[in-house]
Design a protein around this ligand. Sequence first.
Ligand code: 13P
Ligand code: 13P
Ligand code: MG
Ligand code: MG
Length: 366
Amino acid sequence: MGKRITLSVIKADVGGWVGHSSVHPALLEKARGVLSGSPLLIDFHVTHVGDDINLIMTHERGRNDGDIHQLAWDTFQACTEVARQLKLYGAGQDLLADAFSGNIRGLGPGVAEMEFEERASEPVVVFMADKTEPGAWNFPLYKIFADPFNTIGLVIDPKMHKGFLFEVHDVLHHRRVTFATPEESYDLLVFIGAPGRFCVKAVFHKETGEIVAVSSTQRLNLMAGRYVGKDDPVCIVRCQSGFPAVGEVLEPFAHPHLVSGWMRGSHSGPLMPVSQRQCTPTRFDGPPRVVALGFQLSDGKLVGPQDFFADPAFDKARETANEIANYLRRLGPFEPHRLHLEEMEYTTLPDVMKRLKDRFEDLRGR
Ligand code: 13P
Ligand code: 13P
Ligand code: MG
Ligand code: MG
């Protein structure tokens, strides 16, 4: 029997270099320094995608462990100090509270954690995106776990043929519901086709009940009650041996789907799969992008990473994403490039409306 391992991916934007484009190396250095001094972890990997720092950590303490969350919080605090010294943009942006209070959820950083018994071989993929929101995973997770045109394993692997369970969160009303696929896939799609409100939080193997995928579903702007940046999300997927193969897990990203985020968190744009080297958004602060790092776990050690989207097999997806980006940019301030009013992260509408309210004439009865 394998060890019970917890894989925690906790991320935050605590200051951009330059603007909202990237993370200064001094912050990554600081994060590695803090984590390497901790006796709590089996292993860790610190990286960034765009302006978000990602702490990929393994331990044996389970999900929602106060000490692990405190460690992540302290790490981000230490990085914020460095960001303040360098006057980086939006230093401390995602840390909504002044002090840690037991659980990092609800305090700003994004969290995806899963606890499982490490299999004889345990390949995992960690997806990390910038300039978008948690619902961005709905489309790829559906493709990976419920679409036989993406995942041939659903058809020909006897260990996957019964399908998967999708746990969906209503981020507006803080409720959750679980759907079984393939039998309830149409019901599932009614909800997750609206990714601004319904997010796939986790996926489970139907027969064994094992956790296979988990995402971060924080909506920072809803928590803070004001614009504080998009909730650039992360997602963990376990692969192979009754779970989708690594190639099936990466396949949806060959088609750059449209996600919400991009400039000022208020635009629709293609999610571009990129290598670590290419993860700095520039054009109109974007386009939104995603990095996929692969690891083999070995008694909790993170053997990796493998930078999957560095493969030229994803060149075509990048080219398509650039074409879509070019097309959408020409719409300027018009929908559907600009998000519709309820989805925008910030807006001048109330102010402009107030100023012009006397100029509006009633049309009824004319
Ligand atoms: P597994 O059943 O070992 O996961 O093999 C599937 C595979 O790797 C095909 O690409
Ligand atoms: P981040 O959410 O990545 O900080 O980006 C915010 C923004 O406004 C980009 O234009
Ligand atoms: Mg930022
Ligand atoms: Mg970001």
